[in-house]
Design a protein around this ligand. Structure first.
Ligand code: CMC
Length: 393
């Protein structure tokens, strides 16, 4: 085997073979199991899409009915999980709460039987069913309220909005949220999916797999960007401030949140759909002050950075949609996670078929053969930049 050159961020290096999704970054195309994302957004539901991703084909009516029934049945949380959540600080980030809760599921359902299709099916159902309940429960608990129990008569998206806002959502709002979940469900081997796959490759349990992926999704270069986009629009404040802001970012070489992508060199197809969904919501429920700022940002960034292939990614317009749906800013990434669980589990299941532990190599840049120097013989100096003791934190 010939050794490859070191590529920071593994750019362009295949780490797996997969038949789950396909991205054409030059043409701005995304397909799940060969089906165009636009068609899925138009015709499918999130749970049908999750089934497609995980089991490889669109379900028949009886298969879909059974899958939806199972999910409804498993939505509730054990009281011990709810009690554990009560101990979380209100100021904690909901992504941290979600990561802890996903990992805690492993305490309750720890029997690993990765060669048993029933175990796999139950784990898929539990994770898809319980993650939305966890996100909504933490939101209510941090406001000092009891969590709202799921409602069996509501579908997946409507039930989540109901548990979050404590009222049954408008049907258009619920449908738009369901489409958002479809759009975020899967995206080839991105950072969190890779994290899930590395964890899964040790043959640990699926709850640990999802917990590790949640932790990876949280970062601002990945799923956390949607939260930062809204904060950025709020800080910019007005359309007139957009171009000076963009110029400043370019001058200071700082990243503009919601723009750019390792694979897409044109506008992300999901951003195009999300923008249309935002417009539908504004038409029915009223305009959003930040939309005009977002439009001006897209224009200005495309003019200045389009030659580098920097255009809006999935995180740019999603926050404006979520805001209209009554979702608080720091829940944007947990909502992304609710959807992406489908993709993580699809990759987990696919990888179990032909698993090999991930164990890449490295290019060592350190010294070798150094002597061990006794403490008494080392210089009596203190490099404050390396390590500073502070008793206050
Ligand atoms: N704003 C300004 N310049 C940018 C941006 C941006 N958002 N993204 C990339 N560039 C420039 C970058 O400065 C570099 O320029 P140069 O070649 O002159 O040094 C060039 O484009 C390549 O950038 P890179 O950082 O090497 O690209 P990457 O593939 O490593 O990073 C990215 C991809 C998504 C992390 C990056 O575009 C970024 O940080 N974007 C902002 C954060 C964001 O919106 N993240 C969400 C990503 S999409 C959804 C998801 O993955 O969850």
């Amino acid at each position: 085997m010939t050794l490859c050159e070191y590529r920071p961020g593994l750019e362009g290096i295949p780490a797996t073979q997969s038949s789950i999704s396909f991205v054409d970054g030059q043409a701005g195309k995304l397909e799940y199991r060969g089906i165009n994302i636009e068609d899925l957004a138009h015709h499918s539901s999130f749970l049908e899409t999750a089934y497609l991703l995980i089991w490889g084909t669109l379900p028949s009516q009886p298969e879909l009915d059974a899958f939806e029934h199972q999910i409804r049945y498993h939505r509730r949380l054990k009281y011990r999980i709810r009690d554990m959540m009560k101990c979380f600080p209100e100021s904690g980030h909901p992504m941290d709460a979600l990561q802890a809760c996903a990992a805690a599921l492993g305490l309750f359902y720890s029997r690993r039987a990765l060669d048993n299709p029933v175990y796999i099916q139950k784990a898929v159902v539990r994770l898809l069913a319980k993650i939305p309940t966890m996100v909504a429960a933490f939101q209510l608990m941090r406001k000092g309220n009891d969590p709202v129990q799921p409602r069996d008569d509501l579908d997946y998206a409507a039930n989540f909005l109901y548990m979050l806002n404590e009222q049954q959502p408008d049907p258009l709002a619920a449908r738009i949220f369901d489409i958002c979940l479809i759009l975020h469900a899967e995206h080839t081997i991105n950072a969190s999916t890779f994290s899930a796959m590395v964890t899964a490759s040790t043959l640990t349990d699926p709850y640990a797999v999802v917990a590790s992926a949640v932790g990876t999704l949280a970062g601002p270069l990945h799923g956390g960007a949607n939260e930062e986009v809204l904060e950025m629009l709020q800080n910019i404040g007005s359309v007139e401030n957009v171009r000076p802001f963009v110029d400043r970012c370019i001058e200071q070489k700082s990243k503009i949140m919601g723009f750019g992508h390792r694979v897409y060199k044109v506008k992300d197809p999901r951003a195009t759909i999300l923008q249309k969904l935002a417009e539908q919501l504004f038409e029915k429920f009223g305009q959003d002050h930040y939309y005009a700022i977002a439009l001006e940002m897209e224009q200005a960034v495309s003019e200045k950075l389009g030659h580098k292939g920097i255009y809006p990614n999935v995180d740019f317009y999603s926050g404006l949609v979520y805001r209209k749906l009554g979702i608080p800013t720091d829940l944007f990434t947990p909502v992304f996670a609710i959807a992406r669980v489908a993709g993580w589990l699809a990759h987990w299941k696919e990888q179990l078929g032909e698993n090999r532990i991930f164990r890449p190599t490295q290019v060592y840049t350190g010294e070798r053969g150094q002597p061990y120097v006794n403490l008494s013989n080392r210089p009596h100096t203190w490099d404050q930049q390396k390590f500073q003791i502070s008793l206050s934190s």
